[in-house]
Design a protein around this ligand. Structure first.
Ligand code: FES
Ligand code: FES
Length: 157
């Protein structure tokens, strides 16, 4: 067991982790932060996407100790009860979440995209979400939601 110190959604944690543990397991099993989902567990689906020190990462293929001393943000960290994040509002408005399994990871990916490129083209949006698989929407509504979120975040509200 090793000691891991990290900050998640603004809160400091110290946890004991096994040598083979990944960050997704720490978030879900140790900290009960469950928006990052266990999809493929091989870095291919994006359901476990979170932001670590400003970088989008797939937490299932990130060794737990890589997060030592780092700051991790999950979906739980970007909204408060009764106040959705503009990206969540846009997803809701255009029904870009169906079963919802991919949605937390997708929203973190979109957040990272809009943080670095506040006004992406459709091509840039499709490229940005290419690492996040969605079996329900066909991506059309997701792209629409990203455009709406970008417009709203750029002064539309
Ligand atoms: S669960 Fe991490 S990429 Fe699929
Ligand atoms: S909404 Fe079901 S997988 Fe994306």
């Amino acid at each position: 067991m090793q000691e891991l110190n990290l900050k998640v959604n603004g809160k400091e944690y110290t946890v004991k982790v096994k040598a083979d543990m990944n960050l997704l397991e720490v978030l879900r099993d140790k900290l009960q932060i469950t928006s990052p989902k266990v999809g493929c567990n091989t870095g291919d689906c994006g359901a476990c996407s979170v932001i670590m020190d400003g970088q989008l990462i797939k937490s299932c293929v990130t060794h737990a100790m890589i997060a030592d001393g780092k700051e991790v943000t999950t979906l739980e960290g970007i909204f408060s009860p009764g106040k959705l994040h503009p990206i969540q509002e846009a997803f809701h408005e255009v029904a870009a979440a169906q079963c919802g399994f991919c949605t937390p990871g997708m929203i973190m990916t979109v957040k990272a995209l809009l943080d670095s490129n506040p006004n992406p083209s459709e091509e840039e949006i499709r490229e940005g979400i290419a690492g996040n698989l969605c079996r329900c929407t066909g991506y059309t509504a997701v792209v629409k939601a990203v455009k709406l979120a970008a417009a709203n975040m750029n002064g539309g509200e």
